[in-house]
Write a protein that binds this ligand. Structure first.
Ligand code: AMP
Ligand code: ZN
Length: 467
């Protein structure tokens, strides 16, 4: 029997036991990046929550089909491309590239599909036509709008109230606030300087919300299991997705809605528009370890705000070091002759607790706590009568489980890297350069390169990262 998994479903505002619509198969849609800039670590927190979700479902025996869209046309991408004098493709290709590089660095497993909105224009047009046939739209000045008064369920996800809406009032922007709940645009009439598609709806371009409904339905079907995003997506984006999809198909769009809380800096949402953001590159340039960044970003359960601080990151780095040290100690100690001091049951208990934690609405804090308990026991056993070969083999299986789910173990090839040793070598190289001892400086660079450590000399000193 598969372990039950419980999720907090935003749609019903409570925890529920998850049941997939198809046996053993989960279809999920995750709102992806708007590719107008390098993603920030707030975005990455949400993508990491989705990664842990996907890995948990797979571990519990489901086949997962995940779609993550790439929003390559909306108000922001159009503006960005115009500002640089690039075509929308050239401009968004660049940020699609940086997005994949960043998620790879953080060990985010790839989704099955990464559709680009501009590749799904015919599907979007067809969806609007279905909505029109069902009486949900109207045309005004060349744009097509969704008339929300025709959809009685509007507001169910976000709790906005339809009574307060002035009939016929409209909003054209992709992003707007709850105070602005109104008829929203599906297809926008051409505007000076904006890309235009000639379609049966007339010339124009899609609104942001329409994109996700069309791509989700095209790749996952008219009804599917899970839809995720961060809490800022609930209104208007996901509310509008439901209206568009259900208004067209008459079927329930998504069974379970999961929303991650924000990553905040000093209490404020990290956002590009506020300028209070860090990218992954910012952190790597300062020499921070990607595994520690992953650890930090998943360590707080997704429904709680995560307050990003450099102290917190330093804390995660020392945790990774502790894990590394324990693994190294284990590897370099001989198996005990007798039973040793760590029973196999301790490893079983750990595995059970890790999976129970994840099945408890992805309680990563609980899963990580279980891992730390195990590491403490390993260290205590190594201080005592040691660990038998049988239990060592069980531990390797348990570590493999950690790699498949949380994936916060130091990379195997770097397991013997020591951050302070690397930094000492970098300091020695800096000293050699100051003394113009280029041969020695080069030799140190080469030695580090052989260990996968790349150096970059910047105006504020030498920074390093792993290949
Ligand atoms: P965007 O590129 O703005 O469409 O955002 C991509 C994903 O990151 C969406 O699911 C957003 O809801 C999410 N997101 C944006 N800002 C934050 C933040 N500060 N913390 C967590 N997730 C965020
Ligand atoms: Zn979306």
């Amino acid at each position: 029997m598969r372990r039950q998994i419980r999720f907090y479903n935003t749609l019903h505002r409570k925890q529920e036991v998850f049941q997939s619509l198809e046996p053993d198969h989960v279809r999920m849609y995750t709102c992806g990046p708007t590719v107008y800039n390098v993603v920030h670590i707030g975005n990455l927190r949400t993508f990491l929550f989705e990664d842990v979700l996907r890995r948990t479902l797979a571990e519990l025996g489901y086949r997962v089909t995940q779609v993550m869209n790439l929003t390559d046309i909306d108000d922001k991408t159009i503006k960005g491309a115009a500002a640089e004098g690039l075509s929308l493709r050239e401009f968004t290709d660049r940020y699609i590239g940086t997005f994949f590089a960043d998620i790879d660095t953080l060990r985010v497993q790839r989704a099955e599909h990464y559709p680009r909105a501009t590749d799904y224009i015919p599907e979007m047009v067809a969806l609007v036509q279905r909505l029109t046939a069902n009486g949900h739209t109207y045309l005004l000045d060349g744009s097509t709008y969704f008339r929300i008064s025709t959809f009685p369920h509007y507001g169910r996800l976000s709790g906005v109230l339809l009574d307060e809406v002035k009939p016929g009032a409209r909003v054209d922007a992709d992003e707007y606030e709850k105070e602005d709940v109104r008829d929203f645009v599906l297809w926008k009439a051409p505007k000076e300087g904006e890309p235009v598609w000639e379609t049966e709806l007339g010339p124009g371009r899609p609104g942001w919300h329409l994109e996700c409904s069309a791509m989700g339905t095209a790749l996952l079907g008219e009804s599917f299991d899970i839809h995720t995003g961060a809490v800022d997506n609930i209104f208007p984006h996901h509310e509008n997705e439901i209206a568009q999809s259900e208004g067209a198909t008459g079927k329930p769009f998504v069974h379970t809605w999961l929303h991650a809380e924000h990553l905040v800096v000093e209490g404020e949402k990290m956002a590009k528009s506020k300028g209070n953001f860090f990218t992954l590159r910012d952190l790597l340039e300062r020499g921070h370890d990607p595994v520690a960044i992953r650890y930090l970003l998943i360590s707080v359960p997704y429904r709680q705000k995560l307050n990003f601080t450099f102290d917190g990151l330093a804390g995660a780095e020392s945790v990774i070091k502790r894990i590394d040290n324990t693994l190294r100690r284990l590897a370099h100690s001989p198996a005990s002759v007798g039973d040793g001091a760590l029973p196999a049951s301790a490893v079983d208990a750990f595995e059970g607790e890790l999976l129970d934690g994840l099945a408890d609405d992805l309680n990563t804090a609980r899963a990580l706590a279980a891992f730390h308990v195990l590491l403490t026991k390993v260290n205590q056993a190594l201080d005592g009568s040691g660990i038998s070969q049988v239990v060592r083999d069980r531990l390797q299986e348990a570590f493999a489980l950690v790699r498949r789910t949380l994936d916060i173990l130091p990379a195997e090839k770097h397991a013997t890297d020591d951050v302070s040793e690397i930094e000492a070598l970098i300091a020695a190289r800096t000293a050699a350069r100051q003394e113009r001892d280029w041969a020695r400086a080069d030799a140190i660079r080469k030695e580090l390169a052989e260990r996968g450590i790349v150096l970059e000399d910047t105006s504020h000193g030498t920074v390093w990262h792993r290949e």
